[in-house]
Structures are given as C-alpha cells and as structure tokens.
Design a protein around this ligand. Structure first.
Ligand SMILES: [Zn+2]
Length: 352
C-alpha cells in the first residue's frame, strides 16, 4: 500500500512531464502559488482559482455535457477554467498547476480516465488534454479521494490523523486517512466504500457484484425502493415528486418527506442508514479512525438524524469501547470539497 504523506508530499501524480525531485519543506502561505482545482462530476463541473491559504479567488460552474463524450467534456472544462480565471482577474500564465477530481477508475500517473459510465468516456486522456491546453502540469485523481482529502486538510478532519470519510450521493465513495497519510493504494483506485458487501446474495450492484452497500444506501438505491413502494400502492408524499419528470429522487425531497413524518421515507432512510452503518462499523474495526466524516448530497439533506442513525448501526458492529465512542460528523466543505481537494493536489505537483 502506498500513501501520500500530506505533511511532506512525495512526488505527485500528474499528466505532464515528470518532476520527481527531492521533497522540500512546506511553503509559507505567501509562497503558495495560484492553482486551479476542477471538480468534474456526472452532472456539473466546478472550477476554482485557489490562491494562498487556500482562498477561492474566482469560481465557475457549468453543466457536464456527459452525453456528448470526451471532446465536449474537455472543451467545457477549459471554458469553465477560463471563466473562473476571469472572475479572479488572473491570466492563464499566472497559474502554476491544475488539479482535477474525476469519476473513475482512472490512472493517476497518466491522467487518463479508464472508463466512466456517468461521463460516457473510455480511455479519456483528460490530464494530457488540459496540460496541453494550459501548458501547465496537471494532476487527475479520483473525485471522492480529493473530496476526502480536502475534508482532512481543510474541513471536518482538521487536526486529526486517522479519519474515515464516506460521501453518500448518487453512489457512495470515500477516503481513508491513516497516521496523517491519505491511503492511496498500490494502484491509486481506493476509497470504494460503496462496494463493501453488506448482504451476501443481495441485489445486483452497478459494479457487477451483489449486495454492496451502494445498492442499499445510495440516493439511487433509496429512490428505487421508494418507486417500488409507490408501485405497490403504499401511500407516500413522494409519489407526486417521483412520478414527475425523470422519476429520480432528489435528496431535498427525501429529507422534506422524512422530516414531515412520511412513513415510506422514514422506513427507507432507516434501512439505508442501517446498511451504511454496517459497512462503516466494519471499516472502523479494521482501520481504527478517531473520526468518521459523512458527506454527499444525502447526508447534507438529511443532516444530523441521518448521521445519528448511521452511527447507531455502526456502533453495533464496532468491537472496542474506544472506537464505539468516536464521533461521526458531517463534512464541512459541502460542494467545494472536490474543487479544493483538486487544488491541494495541484499545489503538491509544483511545491514539494
Ligand atoms: Zn458494487
């Protein structure tokens, strides 16, 4: 298992020429170069220009042209970055590096997204494309990895050295920090918290396996269960919301129904939290974190009651008294986590 030492970052993965030199001390804030962080998601792209002390100097947001494929996505990212630079009143030439958080799996050494169903791409040389366009080194990492990294360095995990993070949205992913280092794994594709099996022979998951926690606890899974209840004629205030438009569940609608006491919403939220807790509790036993951070759209919408339910389920799994008492908290950076984490990775390419 390889790790990134966040105190003295080792050679960062990036798509342009190698810059493998000996580590230098961490920079003073005044020396921190301006970098760009990009959060590439299945539905939207966020770009931010990040200055010293991780200040967001300018930002931009655009819908992801996911159906149009790689060329359109690259073009939109470039436009989004240029807009953020314009908002920050900074020229392209003044940025030192670009970091991107992207759905994967991907090859972080070459900046190639191997495939992504959400983005409709295969062997997409995103890092190389951006490095060519902007003439700057570019790093591409897994989206939840950079989100978890930002929470560790700048958000809910500041001051902690052992953290387990899970983001619950359309899917579920996470990030693990052990002894102050973000676990990177031998191949760079770690943090697949959503594909821990919590029920042998359970429903089929998008990954091809059965019974993964993602098929019980993601927003997609909760929506599927609620659709099933509606088809059976079970009364729920969500019926109207889910039969309109795409039929996709919105986290905000789920949270509103849950708070209003809708029986279907309550039942499905409890069920999802139960399974997520099983997975998290098991991982707490394996890694022994001092803090568990929960983020993502579902967590943001449902808030404290959701975190308490997940924690209660996890406690049943957790073996030691010390670990039973660790806090489960909400992520602190919200939608900016991916963008800020990508910027941190970008800075590590140029400042060693
Ligand atoms: Zn799976």
């Amino acid at each position: 298992m390889t790790v990134v030492d966040t105190d003295r970052p080792k050679r960062a993965h990036h798509a342009s020429a190698a810059t493998g030199t000996a580590p230098k001390p961490a920079p003073k804030p005044a020396d921190e170069p301006v970098v760009v962080g990009v959060d590439l998601g299945g539905t939207k792209i966020l770009a931010g220009v990040i200055g010293a002390k991780n200040a967001i100097l300018g930002r931009s947001k655009r819908p992801t042209p996911a159906r149009e494929g790689a060329d359109a996505i690259l073009k939109t990212i470039v436009e989004c970055v240029d807009e953020a630079l314009e908002a920050a009143q900074i020229e392209r030439g003044a940025i030192a590096a670009i970091g991107v958080g992207s759905p994967g799996p991907l090859d972080s050494t070459t900046g190639v997204i191997l495939y992504s169903a959400n983005l409709n791409v295969k062997n997409f040389a995103l890092g190389g494309g951006l490095a060519t366009e902007f003439g700057r080194p570019t790093a591409v990492r897994n989206d939840v990895w950079v989100g978890g990294y930002a929470e560790f360095r700048l958000g809910a995990g500041v001051g902690k050295k052992n953290i387990l993070t899970a983001f619950v949205g359309t899917g579920i992913g996470g990030c693990l920090v052990v002894d102050g280092r973000v676990v990177e794994g031998a191949h760079g594709n770690v943090g697949e918290v959503g594909h821990v099996v919590v029920k042998a022979g359970g429903p089929k998951c998008g990954c091809g396996s059965h019974g993964c926690v993602e098929v019980f606890s993601s927003k997609t899974a909760i929506g599927r269960r609620i659709q099933k209840a509606i088809r059976k004629g079970v009364p729920t205030t969500l019926a109207e919301k889910l039969t309109k438009k795409s039929g996709k569940l919105k986290s905000g609608d789920l949270a509103a129904a849950f708070i209003a006491g809708d029986h279907v919403a309550i039942k499905e939220v409890h069920r999802a939290a139960h399974y997520l807790g099983l997975a998290m509790g098991g991982m707490v036993n394996v890694f022994g974190p001092e803090l568990v951070v929960l983020g993502g759209g579902v967590t943001e919408a449902l808030g404290a009651p959701w975190i308490e339910l997940v924690h209660a389920s996890a406690k049943i799994q957790i073996l030691t008294r010390d670990s039973v008492n660790i806090p489960f908290v909400a992520a602190a950076l919200g939608d900016d986590a991916g963008m800020l984490g990508a910027a941190l990775v970008a800075r590590e390419i140029v400042v060693k």
